[in-house]
Unconditional design. Structure first.
Length: 453
């Protein structure tokens, strides 16, 4: 890439210089021709007027005329000067090499103004003066392209300097661009090959798209690396959550089968409890699969969200009591919403279950109506007085295998599917969910669902 970029820049400079040189040469040559002809015409008029003052010998002897002409021409620094005499409509005398008889026809026809022209890079001018019965014509010639050689020289020098500067700039620019891009290419190849620890060096002094690209690649690699680590923890956790109840079910089932169980009724209760745990885990996995495939259905009907919350809290009452946690439900008014009551119950249940896992002594569930943005919302909040969630992790808690900045803590163990299901079900019903800190400690989850019209 560096070589191609250098060639492209130098080629562009060369083409621009070529076009500029061609236009410059055309304009300079035209101006030079015009100026040369104008000067020659003026000098021809001067010499012709001067020759008219010289005594002319009627017998045709022009020697003294030529001597005066040569002296006058030397004063004007001119060497290529000839004098002609019009005789019977034709000029007598030697014409300059690049001047043809037909060029002087206007003067032979009685033209009073000087004439000029250019032929084969030679400029000429002629002027006539009437002396008695004779017409004296002075013809001057000179090189037409006097400035062209100098212009060509300076154009060549400036073009060489410009090309050298262009090549230098192209090399520096190509290294500045191609270097980071090559590093980005190498890093992305390593990432594609499975090395998620690869990073692109970032020059903090740069403030351009290259720095943005390098930063984006590094952020992508960090996100992929974090996701991979959490995915491994997720699979390990799922395997553990599946293996633990299966081990209990198998152990107690074999004990009952062998008749070695001390209390078969208690063993059966353990088996049922672990089976329910497995059923809940498999249900969460199936729910996420349906959400991903957009195959789940919602049965909307007018529902009192507060009553749904009370029913959910009643179902968790014994679990809260076993953990010595005070589970409270606040429902001071009917909170009607057009929603799927089963999915709303699932949302509240997942939030209460999550709160019971971290709460020290209190879990508070509240339902209410709020009016804002020209519409009403059915709002359910679930609070706990646990250790809370760090501020940098809050925006990610509803993401499956969410990518937080800190290293996953042991309490992140578990399938971690409940909150992801909460977010996706809430959004499917046109609502939104958020998380915030609770004072003095703990976490507050807020679910908002559009209320009934």
């Amino acid at each position: 890439m560096q070589r191609r970029l250098t060639i492209a820049v130098v080629g562009t400079v060369a083409v621009a210089l070529l076009l500029a040189s061609i236009v410059t040469l055309i304009l300079v040559r035209r101006a030079d021709h015009q100026a040369t002809r104008q000067v020659l015409e003026q000098e021809a008029d001067v010499l012709a007027s001067l020759m008219a003052t010289v005594h002319f010998d009627e017998d045709g002897d022009r020697s003294h005329l030529n001597s005066h002409l040569i002296q006058a021409a030397e004063n004007l620094d001119r060497k290529d000067v000839v004098v002609l005499i019009l005789d019977d409509g034709a000029f007598t005398g030697r014409l300059p090499e690049h001047v043809l008889p037909q060029d002087l026809l206007p003067l032979a026809s009685g033209a009073e103004e000087s004439i000029s022209g250019i032929r084969d890079s030679t400029a000429w001018a002629a002027a006539a003066e009437q002396v008695g019965s004779q017409t004296i014509t002075v013809v001057l010639t000179d090189t037409a392209d006097q400035l062209l050689d100098a212009v060509l020289l300076w154009l060549g020098v400036s073009a060489a300097i410009s090309l050298a500067l262009g090549a230098g700039v192209a090399v520096v620019l190509s290294r500045r661009l191609a270097g980071p891009l090559s590093q980005a290419r190498d890093a992305t190849q390593q990432i594609a090959g499975g090395d998620l620890s690869a990073r692109v060096p970032v020059d903090e002094r740069r403030q351009d798209e290259i720095k943005d690209l390098s930063t984006s690649i590094n952020e992508m690699a960090s996100s992929l690396e974090r996701s991979q680590n959490l995915e491994r923890r997720f699979l390990t956790s799922i395997s553990h959550d599946l293996r633990t109840p299966l081990t209990s079910i198998r152990g107690y089932g074999e004990a009952i089968s062998d008749g070695t169980a001390d209390n078969q009724e208690e063993a059966a209760e353990v088996i049922v409890s672990e089976a329910i745990r497995l059923e809940r885990l498999v249900g969460d996995l199936l729910d996420l699969a349906r959400l991903d495939a957009k195959e789940f259905s919602l049965e909307y009907r007018l529902t009192d969200v507060g009553i749904v919350g009370q029913e959910v809290c009643s179902g968790f009452a014994q679990s809260a009591a076993d953990r010595e946690i005070d589970l409270q439900m606040i429902n001071e008014e009917p909170v009607a919403a057009l929603c799927d009551p089963g999915r709303v119950a699932q949302i509240i249940a997942n939030l209460v279950q999550n709160a019971l896992k971290f709460a020290h002594s209190l879990v508070l569930v509240e339902s209410r109506l709020e009016y804002r943005e020209d519409r009403s919302w059915a709002v359910v909040t679930v609070e706990d007085d646990g250790p809370g969630i760090s501020e940098e992790d809050r925006p990610h808690v509803f993401e499956r295998l969410y990518v937080a900045r800190h290293t996953p803590q042991p309490k992140e163990a578990g399938s971690g599917l409940g909150l992801a299901i909460v977010a996706e079900l809430t959004e499917a019903m046109g609502g939104k969910v958020n998380v915030a800190a609770r004072e003095p400690s703990g976490t507050r989850f807020t679910v908002e669902i559009p209320a009934s019209p």
